[in-house]
Design a protein around this ligand. Structure first.
Ligand SMILES: Cc1cc2nc3c(=O)[nH]c(=O)nc-3n(C[C@H](O)[C@H](O)[C@H](O)COP(=O)(O)OP(=O)(O)OC[C@H]3O[C@@H](n4cnc5c(N)ncnc54)[C@H](O)[C@@H]3O)c2cc1C
Length: 375
């Protein structure tokens, strides 16, 4: 019989998988963390602005909130620092006809916190904590089979090579929709459970961000916070994303069109977004040092076809009790969308990882105890 390759295989090196890996490592478990992309972080992605260490474009999440206890603790443990989202000055409102009001004393994201150097720093620091050889990029998991009394067979591909591993337990740290759409199970998951998991939307997977970088946040000098609500578009919501201190001025906006409509606009969308920024913030906005669109709906390791219509409200997430049955076979579920209370958020990724690690460790303890009794 093939010997065990790793006690635990963790699938997905987003925040949830990385948090689980560092926690299980600290408890002395032998594990492999397998990630389909050629980079860790999943929905967390910060791009550095050329030549500047302290400035990053957060293309995925931007904010944590003071009540996100797990995130605040982790940021502190990793030696990172937060600063308040810039919220001084007036908000700009653009109506359906493009008429603009600049007199609104409102800050939509006041109280939210940003991470110095970008949210991606979290991923860099978590990866630094992992022992060498734990994290394998470019390894896509495609199948999990229960092998009678001998652990789980995890199969996948790395480029054009296929691989197969034997593990005692598997922790799936990815959105539930991706689990059912990209991984086959043997024995198959019950149809009702598959439908339930497929119906859980992946938070923000259908969205796209536009980011523009300037020499300084010139809008602040005009008494504007950088906050915009627009019913005209293409950016539906705009925020100041400058570093602290503001060595550069950065604005980001969520594109207000769904994935299909974005596709129809194609290259033109970039220009339309710049024209909107110029309309709102004046001529200085027309010529950024750099600008880009990042469309999450095009990322196969984040979005499925069902995620292409962006959600208008935060869904009611939770942990389906029916998953506990599968956990009896050693297959555990993390990932933010399965958090009991903070689903969809960064905080939820940590919450789900912590809860899954707890259940997984209890499972391994039971396995060990039954091996001792039967020997
Ligand atoms: C544009 C945007 C803005 C957001 N803003 C905020 C915000 O301001 N605040 C906030 O709290 N949250 C925000 N979020 C949500 C936040 O990013 C997520 O909650 C969090 O990153 C989820 O982490 P995760 O590890 O659960 O999942 P993911 O980050 O999705 O990680 C899953 C990992 O699994 C990998 N994977 C997928 N399939 C396979 C496979 N078959 N085999 C191996 N690996 C696989 C993926 O590549 C990925 O690395 C935002 C998200 C987006 C996209």
């Amino acid at each position: 019989m093939k010997s065990i390759d790793a006690d635990i295989v963790i699938v997905g090196a987003g925040l949830s998988g990385l948090a689980a890996a560092t926690e299980l490592n600290a408890q002395g478990h032998d594990l492999l963390l397998l990630e389909a992309r050629e980079r860790p972080g999943g929905r967390i992605l910060s791009r550095h602005v050329a030549g500047l260490d302290d400035a990053a474009l957060d293309l995925g999440p931007s904010w944590v909130w003071p009540e996100n206890d797990r995130m605040i603790k982790l940021i502190d443990e990793l030696g990172l620092r937060t600063f308040p989202q810039f919220a001084e000055g007036r908000l700009v409102f653009e109506d359906q006809r493009g008429l603009i009001r600049r007199d609104l004393e409102l800050a939509t994201m006041a109280g939210a916190l940003r991470i110095e150097g970008g949210v991606g720093k979290l991923i860099d620091r978590l990866c630094d904590k992992l022992p060498e050889g734990n994290l394998h990029l470019g390894n896509k998991i495609e199948g999990i089979a229960t092998s009678a009394g001998a652990g789980l067979i995890v199969t996948g591909s790395a480029g054009d090579k296929e691989f197969s591993l034997l593990a005692n337990a598997v922790l799936l740290a990815l959105p539930p929709r991706l689990v059912v759409e990209s991984i086959s199970f043997e024995p198959r998951l019950a149809e009702a459970l598959t439908d339930k998991l497929a119906a859980i939307p992946t938070w923000m997977a259908g969205h796209a961000k536009f980011v523009a970088v300037y020499e300084k946040p010139f809008w602040r000098e005009l008494g504007l916070s950088g906050d915009v609500i627009s019913h005209f578009g293409p950016l539906a919501e705009i925020h100041d994303a400058s570093p602290n201190p503001p060595t550069l001025g950065i604005l980001f906006g969520f594109i207000g069109y769904d994935a299909e409509a974005r596709g129809q606009f194609g290259e033109k969308l970039h220009q339309l977004a710049l024209e909107q920024l110029e309309r709102i913030f004046g001529y200085k906005a027309a010529n950024p040092l750099e600008a880009m669109i990042w469309d999450w709906s095009k990322e196969r390791e984040t979005a499925t076809q069902r995620d292409h219509a962006p959600l208008t409200q935060h869904p009611h997430y939770g942990f389906p009790a029916s998953l506990l049955q599968i956990e009896g076979n050693g297959i555990f579920f993390a990932g933010s969308e399965l958090a009991a209370t903070s689903g969809g958020f960064l905080e939820g990724a940590l919450e789900a990882a912590g809860a899954a690690c707890h259940r997984l460790e209890a499972f391994l303890e039971r396995q060990k105890a039954s091996a001792v009794t039967s020997s």
